[in-house]
Structures are given as structure tokens and as C-alpha cells.
Design a protein around this ligand. Sequence first.
Ligand code: GEK
Length: 257
Amino acid sequence: MTKPRRPSAPEQVTDRLFATERRPEDFRFDASVARVFPDMIRRSVPGYTTIIPMIEVITEQYVQPGSHCYDLGCSLGASTLAMRHGISHSDCTLVGVDNSSAMIERCEHYIALDDNTLPVTLRCEDILDTELNDASVTTLNFTLQFVDPEKRASLLARIAKATRPGGVLILSEKIRFESEAEQTIQTRLHHEFKRANGYSDLEISQKRTAIEQVLIPETLSAHRARLVEAGFDNVVVWYQCFNFVSMLAIKANETDE
Ligand code: GEK
């Protein structure tokens, strides 16, 4: 039997949010961002269009029968739908969580358009309050970077505790580098990527000022150490493009050495 496929990508409204002079107010995931989000994230995050289909592949590999799967910070559900298509067991549950009501409202629409029948529960709540248990695959696809740094360790510890042996956390993040020289090179390449995708210098610099208030990147070694401290046994970087990485944090099987 062939697997049901996702409908073609959501209609893309061009992101011009920072095209004119704006006050450098904090960036918020409100209705204006939700409206342009698919275009914004595709043109702003190097590798995003590769990472999404790979989340399906990774989910397929690690999902366990009768388990719960979580997409924390699901936005419009791109990562949720990738997980949904990777889950082959009808007795699994899939939960998408986002604390932006504008995102969740649109996400409901995209989930309804998708032709896979696995039920998806969407919750509009803070992921710090989400109850987690009996998980096989949890995804934080560019979400942890927006969580208060002091609250990140306890969230990851809760995820690790809720994860079955053999289960995983897919963690994608913008990172910073220990070396100033590398930080400069990778930042420049990221900005070139945005310029190549049609963003002007004004848009790039205004977005940078706005996002720096809310997106706090950490180094790869800080991520690795905290994931191990949280209770994961193995951390693998499976993707990197410039200053954007995706990691797989794995809980060992009880039978593993
Ligand atoms: C994708 N995963 O397309 N609780 C709940 N949601 C939160 C919280 C929080 N504490 N903090 C931020 N968010 C998606 C992309 S976007 C990434 C994720 C980006 C939500 C926020 O509302 C937003 O929708 C999402 O996390 C981050 O694969 O914009 O760079």
C-alpha cells in the first residue's frame, strides 16, 4: 500500500515585515508573523527545507508502537506533518504544541488539509507546561532557542525522563561559536544566504536587531553537555548548514552496552 502524501506546500505569502523602517521592538509570533511564516522560515533558516523531510525519515526510524510523539513549538505544523508521515503505527499519538494562538489556528487548517489519518492533538500552551510521558520521538525544531536559557535544562530533563529507551529528541537550533573568527564567518554566510533569498540589507539588519532580543543561541558543546546531563546517552549532529544545526539525542536501549 502506498503511503498517503502531504498536500503541496502551504500557499506562501512573501515576508516583507522588516522591509520598511521599524522600531526595534521585540519579535513576536503574532498574526502578522504567522501569515508569512512559511516564506519567512524558508528564506531565513539555511537547511530548513532539508531538515523538514528528514524529520519524517528520523521519526520513521525511531517511533515505537503505542508511544506518544511530541512536536514542541510546532508553528504551522511543518515538523508535525513530517512526524505524522513518519509514524506507521496507528496506536501512536501525536501532539503539537505552540503558545502562539495565531500559529495554532493556522496549524489546524494545514493539519486538516493533510491526507494522513493519524489523529493530531494541537495544544496552545507553553511547552514548559506540557505534560510529557511515554515518548518515542520528540521534536524541538528551532524552538528551544526561544526558551529562557535558565529554563532549558529542566525542560530537556523532563523530555529525557519521558522518553522510552531507544527513543529520541530531534533538536534543531541556531548556534553560536566559541571562536570569534568562526562566528564572524558563519554569520556572514547566513546573511549572504538571506540576501540570496531576496532580503535587503535593511530587512536583514532590522530583523537581526529584533530577533536578538528573543533568540538566544548557545554553542554546540553547551548543547551536547546539557543533553547528556538531562539524561540522553548519545548526541549526534546529523545536519549543519552555517550556524544552524540539527542534533539527535538518543536514549540508549536497556540492552545496549
Ligand atoms: C517548524 N517547529 O516549522 N512554548 C510554546 N511555543 C513556543 C515557546 C514556548 N515557550 N517559545 C516559542 N514557541 C517549527 C518552527 S518556530 C522557529 C518553530 C522560528 C514557538 C513560537 O510561537 C514559534 O511558533 C515556534 O516556537 C518557533 O518546523 O521561528 O525560527
